[in-house]
Design a protein around this ligand. Structure first.
Ligand code: PLP
Length: 466
């Protein structure tokens, strides 16, 4: 048999897919009880993957077997409920099942004519997100890989619009000889925003920095006077403290000045979709663009960033592409690639649609508020055990330190990570080394929190005994 015939047989017989399904269920059943971070042995076993580029074709079943035997144990048990490092999120079962189904579709979401179903679901998600988050009715959505990409698109749209307002066609004329553009950002602005500023050629040295308060929120009184050349960068959810900038006043001033406000809410913007936490997002609808990740707080699988932009024309024009073979259709049909930097894209919005349809508004509230409740529980139990909680737990983030001594904090952190009981990361907060906790998976239960707190206490005891 030649390779094509073999592949044809594999597709028809389906044993390969049954094998993958078996491994997947085995993984899911074991994930809550195994060490959260892979063991040293599991990591050493990754050498089993090291070889020169194979010269001949291999057996598909053995490839899956290799992946499960040595790959699964070297994964981080992120779906198990006690992973709190980074704002990673979980995957709601219906979104994962949707992904399995749509993997078989293998759709390209660039053009409506390439995939009517995914174009339709992108259009529906666009509308639902506008309604859920309470954004202007004109809001357009681009479905990109993640928030880094979404921020990039938002700032590109901002640049196009602010220049167009000054009679400068940025696409045609570019930066050379262009009137200056001012970038206003808080001291606590996320690295992904800083990266976009550099990538787009604004120059990091040109940023006008605004001081932030003890929670990492921008200080309104420190804002410079705005004008129509300003792009203002705010955030919904500080990556350490989870704090939200004061949007209302800043957006009102920006709008009066003809400036553009982009709000990065990679994990925090979902608060706007809840009943019980939407107060954190007061005034966000007065901004011009927003970036958010489906794969963080909303718990869709990875690779699900969203750029929302109230100015559809600015977004589409900034990201324009052309080619005689590209049938672009404005109006009733929505070509996804008009809203993204990429052309070919997988059908990520289908999982997003499944999450929103499954949860409904009440489910979004239950999910996102539940993360907040468990973060508060984490902080309270740690405080009761004499750990220092360094932030107001308004959302899903807790900043904690066992000691004022950075070295002790580091040792306790390493003990917790090595325990396999839970996984937390570190950060710097107001000049001090801290442990950073992010509660962001639907799986995490109240028991998971208490068990993790016990791991914190055990790690401190072990460190102090040395
Ligand atoms: C995660 C995060 C980003 C980057 O998002 P990616 O999806 O990882 O590209 C940007 N801003 C904030 C606040 C984040 O938490």
């Amino acid at each position: 048999m030649n390779l094509r015939q073999t592949m044809h047989t594999e597709q028809q017989i389906k044993a390969l897919f049954e094998q993958a399904r078996g491994y997947a269920f085995e993984y899911a059943e074991a994930v809550t009880d195994r060490p959260v971070f892979p063991t040293q042995q599991a990591i050493a076993n990754l050498d089993n993957f090291v070889e020169n580029m194979p010269s001949t074709s291999d057996d598909a079943g053995s490839i899956l077997q290799l992946l499960h035997q040595y790959g699964s144990p070297a994964s981080v048990a992120q779906t198990g409920g006690r992973y709190f490092g980074f704002v990673n999120g979980g995957a709601i079962p219906v979104t994962l099942a949707t992904k399995w189904l749509t993997d078989f579709w293998d759709q390209n979401t660039a053009l409506q004519v390439m995939s009517p179903i995914t174009a339709k679901l992108e259009e529906i998600c666009e509308r639902w997100l506008q309604q859920l988050l309470g954004l202007p009715e004109t809001t357009a959505a681009g479905f990109v890989s993640g928030t880094s990409s979404a921020i990039f698109c938002g700032l590109a749209a901002a640049r196009w619009r602010l220049y167009a307002n000054q009679g400068w066609n940025f696409n045609a004329q570019g930066h050379n000889g262009a009137p200056p553009m001012r970038i206003i950002a808080g001291r606590e602005t996320h690295g992904a925003v800083i990266k976009a500023i550099a990538l787009l050629g604004f120059g990091l040295d040109n940023i006008e920095w605004v001081e932030s308060d003890d929670q990492g929120r921008i200080v309104v009184d420190d804002m410079p006077t705005l004008d129509s050349s300003c792009i203002v960068l705010l955030q919904a959810g500080n990556v350490n403290s989870g704090a939200f900038d004061p949007f209302e006043d800043i957006c009102a001033n920006a709008n009066a000045a003809g400036a553009w406000v982009h709000i990065d809410g990679a994990f925090g913007l979902w608060a706007a979709g809840t009943q019980r936490l939407k107060h954190l997002c007061l005034g966000i609808e007065k901004a011009q663009s927003w970036s958010v990740d489906g794969h963080k707080t909303l718990n869709t699988p990875y690779d699900s960033g969203i750029l929302l932009c109230a100015d559809r024309q600015a977004l589409v024009t900034a990201l324009q592409a052309s080619g005689a073979y590209l049938t672009q259709s404005f109006g009733d049909k929505r070509d996804g690639m008009l809203y993204t930097p990429e052309m070919s894209r997988r059908a990520r919005a289908v999982e997003l649609w499944a999450a929103l349809k499954y949860l409904g508004k009440s489910g979004v509230d239950e999910l996102v508020y539940g993360l907040n409740e468990r973060a508060v529980q984490f902080a309270e139990e740690l405080a009761a055990a004499d750990f220092n909680i360094l932030n107001n737990v308004v959302f899903n983030q807790v900043i904690v330190s066992p000691s004022d001594d950075d070295e002790v904090t580091q040792l306790v952190l390493e003990h917790i990570q090595a325990s396999g009981e839970c996984w937390v990361g570190s950060s710097m907060w107001q000049g001090k080394k801290v442990i950073r906790i992010s509660v962001c998976s639907w799986v995490t239960s109240a028991e998971d929190i208490s068990r993790s707190v016990a791991a914190f206490i055990a790690a401190r005891t072990a460190t102090c005994a040395k």
